[in-house]
Design a binder for this molecule. Structure first.
Ligand code: DGI
Ligand code: FE
Ligand code: FE
Length: 202
C-alpha cells in the first residue's frame, strides 16, 4: 500500500460520509489512533490506518437500506441486528471494504465487521480498531476516557475489558437491546483478568 493508494481511499470515504461531517473527522481520528496503537503493539501501521479509515464507511446508509443491502449481499442478519439495524453498519462496512474499496485483506475486513460489538479472542488488529473507535481524540462522552486512553497503550486487553464493561453498563442503563456478541466479548476479556470470577458471573 503506497500513500497514493491510501489517499484514494481517504477521498472516497470522505464522499461516502459527506452527509455527516463529524463522522469523517471521527474516521480520521480512528485511523490516526489505530496507527499509533499499531506502532505500540507491532502491527503493520498501514493496515491499521486503512482499517480505521474504512471502519464506519457504511455509517451514513439509512437503516432500512442497511437491512436491504445486507440481504442483497447474502449477509446473515441476526434478530438483534434487526431490532437495532444501526449495528449493521459494521458488517455492511466490511462488505463495502471488499466490494467497493477493493480491500482483499480479510483481517482488515473482520476488524471492520466487529468494530462495534467486538468478539472473543480478537486479533491484535481487530483489538486496535475496536479500541481506537472508543478513544480517538474527538470522543468526549464516556466518563472513563482518560483511564482507557492510558490503559490502551499499557495493556490493550485490559483496556478492552474496561470498555466492554462500561458499554454493557451504559446499554443496560439506557434499556437498550444487548447483542449477545457484545456480552461474549465482555466475558472473554473479563476472564483474562479474573478467571475465578467466571462461575459467579455465569
Ligand atoms: O459507529 P460509532 O458511533 O463510531 O461507534 P460504534 O460502531 O462502536 O457504535 C457505538 C454504539 O453502539 C454505542 O452507542 C454503543 C452501541 N452498541 C455497542 N454494542 C451494542 C450497542 N448497541 C446495542 N443496542 N447493542 C449492543 O450490543
Ligand atoms: Fe461504528
Ligand atoms: Fe466509529
Amino acid at each position: 500500500m503506497d500513500n497514493e493508494y491510501i489517499e484514494g481511499l481517504r477521498k472516497k470515504v470522505k464522499k461516502a460520509l459527506a452527509a455527516d461531517k463529524n463522522r469523517y473527522r471521527h474516521t480520521l481520528g480512528v485511523a490516526d489512533t489505530a496507527a499509533c496503537l499499531a506502532m505500540r503493539y507491532g502491527v503493520d501501521v498501514q493496515r491499521a490506518y486503512v482499517a480505521g479509515l474504512l471502519h464506519d464507511c457504511a455509517k451514513c446508509v439509512p437503516d432500512s437500506s442497511k437491512i436491504t443491502e445486507c440481504e442483497v449481499y447474502g449477509l446473515v442478519i441476526t434478530p438483534y441486528e434487526r431490532k437495532s439495524p444501526y449495528l449493521l453498519h459494521a458488517k455492511l462496512g466490511a462488505e463495502y471494504a471488499k466490494r467497493l474499496y477493493g480491500i482483499e485483506d480479510p483481517e482488515i475486513c473482520s476488524a471492520i465487521a466487529f468494530h462495534t460489538t467486538g468478539k472473543p479472542n480478537m486479533t491484535r488488529l481487530e483489538e486496535i480498531i475496536f479500541l481506537a473507535d472508543y478513544i480517538e481524540p474527538r470522543r468526549n462522552q464516556a466518563s472513563d476516557l482518560p483511564k482507557v486512553r492510558e490503559e490502551a497503550f499499557v495493556d490493550i486487553q485490559r483496556a478492552i475489558f474496561t470498555v466492554t464493561a462500561d458499554t454493557l453498563a451504559y446499554l443496560k442503563e439506557k434499556g437498550k437491546m444487548i447483542d449477545p456478541m457484545t456480552e461474549q466479548t465482555y466475558r472473554y476479556y473479563a476472564d483474562l483478568f479474573d478467571p475465578n470470577g467466571k462461575e459467579q458471573k455465569s
